[in-house]
Design a protein. Structure first.
Length: 510
């Protein structure tokens, strides 16, 4: 292992590879700050540039763009309540309330530090446990995917700080939005109203921008000028986090990094699910869960660590199994094949300098990102000291650009603005957006894997409990439901046993 690490450092620290990594992280960070564009569009546009480069340098640059967008996406989530990527939608829940309290600087700092720590732990896991994690990922079938996503939907009901009934309603709304599009088995259009633009379903970026960005602007714009100024004013405050912030975030970052490292190694999961599950975990283990949604620093550091760690370990199935976990990983695998390198189990032995150099470049590139972004925190915060009447048009403008850039279609711009109005009325009913978004993400995957598992088992439902991993996830779901039911029952008994105050009788005038 030490020999592999020394080989990786000797490859990653050459001047040319450092330059390629810096170009990648710089471009990725710049694109990450601009909401909605994402790593997929950036890598697709810059992929032709890598044709003339050596395989190691080109892959380092593309990987730098990938995790650079993840690193920079938290900035707009915290400051403007616009998720730069879908994975950062969770950061909006507590990051933006922290910014409204004048703590935007510490929130951004902790997001960056948590991202770096998540990458470090993810890189360590990738170095030490790549073969084992690849075997675990390879053992996942449709039944395991279904059970894992059902557990994720159960976790979604704990994302909000309000009523559990409203959280479940939000999940159901997300599932309904997820039904729009083409049926995965028959190819028939469902609930598209004969609109070809909806054949691929409701665009995820447009939905996230509507429920977090447009809705917040409409809610604030309806206030009186003094109230809106008070709500949107983000004071400069301090940039560095306090010792209490570091203490509260330490456990969240460790748990999020380990959770993201495991989830990222499973093909198709990615950082979004890791961030959502990390947030739900932190809320459940917290001694004061009521603070979540109102400015809990753990709600920023835990999901950011999970997201970044998952982004790194998502390379494991792509490189060692030749199974891309998503569209971005498919582009990365295509970049390898352009250079006559076939991803798979023999990649580590046939091209050790590429594999270990890429692994070390993850850590080196994220160290570059940390040093590059820390001096910019004060600048980002000072930019938002502008009056709210200037901030609102800028936010709507960025939302329109992000919605258009995701698919190059004006339909998505109109859809984002229209869904923003729907999201505004749902917010007035106190329907939380985060469970809805997770339900929308997991709903189509849940349906697809459920039907695929039944097709492979010829309609036998016992396939979900006869496979060990699937049965384990279902057992966790049952245990969580029993624990929640027991907690409600104990709370009901405590409320019933408390004596009610009796008012003393008063003498009548008669």
């Amino acid at each position: 292992m030490l020999d592999n690490l020394l080989l990786g450092f000797s490859v990653a620290l050459t001047f040319s590879n450092l330059l390629y990594a810096f170009i990648g992280v710089f471009v990725g960070n710049l694109i990450g700050v601009l909401p909605g564009i994402g790593a997929l569009a950036a890598i697709a546009m810059l992929l032709p540039i890598t044709y003339g480069l050596d395989p190691t340098g080109s892959l380092m640059m593309l990987a730098g763009i990938y995790y650079g967008t993840s690193f920079g996406g938290a900035t707009t989530s915290i400051l403007l309540n616009i998720p730069g990527t879908v994975s950062h939608a969770v950061v909006c829940l507590d990051g933006h309330p922290l910014a409204k309290k004048g703590r935007a600087g510490p929130a951004i700092f902790m997001a960056m530090f948590a991202s770096f720590l998540g990458v470090s732990i993810g890189t360590l896991f990738m170095t030490a446990f790549s073969p084992w994690l690849a075997q675990v990922a390879f053992s996942f079938g449709p039944a395991e995917y279904f059970s894992l996503m059902a557990m994720g939907l159960l976790a979604a009901s704990t994302l909000s700080s309000g009523s559990a009934v409203r959280a479940i309603a939000a999940v159901v709304i997300g599932l309904i939005f997820g039904c729009v599009g083409t049926d995965p088995n028959s190819g028939v259009w469902r609930f598209t109203f004969d609109l070809p633009d909806l054949a691929d379903g409701v665009p995820l970026v447009a939905l996230a921008l509507a429920f977090f960005g447009v809705s917040d602007v409409l809610a604030t714009a309806g206030l009186l000028p003094s109230q809106a100024k008070e709500k949107t004013a983000i004071t400069k405050g301090q940039v560095r986090p306090t010792r209490q912030d570091m203490k509260e975030s330490a456990g969240a970052m460790a748990r999020g990094s380990l959770l993201g490292a495991f989830i990222g190694a499973i093909p198709g999961m990615g950082g979004a699910l890791a961030a959502f599950i990390s947030y739900a975990t932190e809320k459940n283990v917290s001694k004061n869960p009521a603070q979540f949604g109102h400015g809990a620093i753990q709600g920023v550091s835990g999901p950011e660590a999970a997201n970044s760690s998952a982004d790194i370990t998502s390379f494991i199935p792509t490189l060692t199994l030749g199974i891309p976990g998503g569209a971005v990983m498919a582009l990365m695998m295509g970049a390898l094949m352009i250079h006559d390198i076939t991803p798979g189990p023999l990649l580590i032995t046939q091209h050790p300098e590429l594999f270990w150099g890429l692994v070390i470049s993850f850590w080196v590139g994220n160290l570059m990102l940390l040093l590059l972004n820390i001096p910019l925190i004060g600048i980002w915060v000072r930019m938002l000291s502008a009056p709210y009447r200037f901030i609102f048009p800028i936010v709507i403008f960025l939302i329109c650009i992000a919605a258009y850039a995701s698919t190059n279609a004006m339909f998505d711009v109109g859809l984002a603005l229209s869904l923003g109005v729907v999201a505004f009325f749902l917010s007035r009913l106190h329907i939380p957006p985060a469970p809805m978004l997770l339900g929308f993400i997991l709903g189509p995957l849940l349906e697809e894997n459920f039907r695929r598992a039944l097709e492979l088992s010829r309609g036998d439902l016992s396939v979900f409990i006869t496979r060990p991993l699937s049965a384990t996830f279902l057992g966790i779901i049952v245990a969580l439901l029993l624990w929640v039911g027991l907690s409600f029952y104990k709370a009901h008994l405590r409320a019933k046993s408390q004596p009610h105050p009796v008012s003393e009788p008063t003498l009548s005038a008669s």
